[in-house]
Design a protein around this ligand. Structure first.
Ligand code: ZN
Length: 115
């Protein structure tokens, strides 16, 4: 059954018309039920995608943090010997840099635009 007005252009419609007399919009499509089912599935897949991405991000940040601490321990720490403030500061800089770089690497390697 045709709607009283075309949903696309708003033109008043003849009862039982299958297409809009003005713009040709079809009135036969019933978008509510099937679209809702598809949306639900897509939403579940999207959630799974973001959950996996979050875990990969955590892993990447953890590895980055480990790399930053290792760099600090073997390279920066000995170079900063006798400079406790520099040693302390370098630890935080390298740790946060490692976390940030790890996250960025994961994002660039794995993240895809939403489909
Ligand atoms: Zn129309």
């Amino acid at each position: 059954m045709a709607p009283a007005y075309c949903p696309a252009c708003g033109r008043a419609q003849v009862a039982d018309a299958r297409f809009c007399s003005n713009c040709g919009q079809s009135f036969e499509a019933a978008p509510t039920a099937p679209a809702a089912a598809v949306d639900h599935q897509a939403m579940a897949q999207n959630m799974l995608y973001w959950q996996r991405l979050e875990w990969k991000l955590r892993a990447g940040r953890l590895l980055g943090l480990a790399a930053g601490i290792l760099a600090w321990w073997f390279v920066v720490g000995p170079a900063m010997a006798g400079n406790p403030i520099g040693t302390f500061g370098a630890f935080f800089v390298l740790a946060f840099l490692g976390i940030w770089i790890g996250g960025q690497l994961v994002l660039q390697a794995i993240a895809k635009p939403r489909q």
